[in-house]
Write a protein that binds this ligand. Sequence first.
Ligand code: PEP
Length: 257
Amino acid sequence: MRRPMMAGNWKMNKTIEEAVVLAEAIHAAVADYDHVDRVVCPAAICLPAVRAALADSPVAVGAQNMHWAESGAYTGEISPSMLAGLARYVIIGHSERRQYFAETDETVNQKLHSALAHNLTPILCVGESLAQNEAGETDAFVSGQVRAALAGLTGEQAQGVVVAYEPIWAIGTGRAATAQQAQQICGDVVRRALRDGYGEGVAETMRILYGGSTNEKNIAEIMQQPDIDGALIGGASLKAESYAAMVRATDELYRSS
Ligand code: PEP
């Protein structure tokens, strides 16, 4: 059975002091739910303080982005080796990065290779826009994103990647995909693309998260879907109680199965 993951993407929220307060509150609220991988992804500047606050916690830390290069003339960027010791996970190719910071399938692919080479677990984000969804292009677009992102990775490397399906129209809108819609894309599109690329054995071990307006009310139904192994959570991860409620609901489902 794949181990579920609840990953919080704090985006550009929280000062260093506020991030430590939130991390400590989250630790206190979720430390016992050990059937779930718990991950928080603060802004880069908060990583050292949050990492220190969670030093003895089962809550892992992730970054929200990184450059692929080891070092160099990339003003404002952070390299994978700078994340060493601070982050175990790194979100790659979030739609906000693709939309506002011109990330492409090619740079996402470079970042995946680099993250894996630096022992960081990438959380690869894919997902279609509302226009693509309405035009019936979701399946082709999302499977194309998965293929392009993973290009050149061996099956063994691919197993080190977590994929997050995040329809752009559901992110931050309060309009989550239904559990059935999310399952259909995570299973029939994302896992199928993994199967086509790497075979059944690899595809079955890889975790696929859903992201887009998840909260404590809809998480249980989403987590009951066979191809959904967790959530990438934006807004609801900024409140310790909401995030903890989602972890608890997931822990209950997996504890009893
Ligand atoms: C996200 O930004 O990855 C996300 C899923 O946000 P929200 O949960 O707020 O929709």
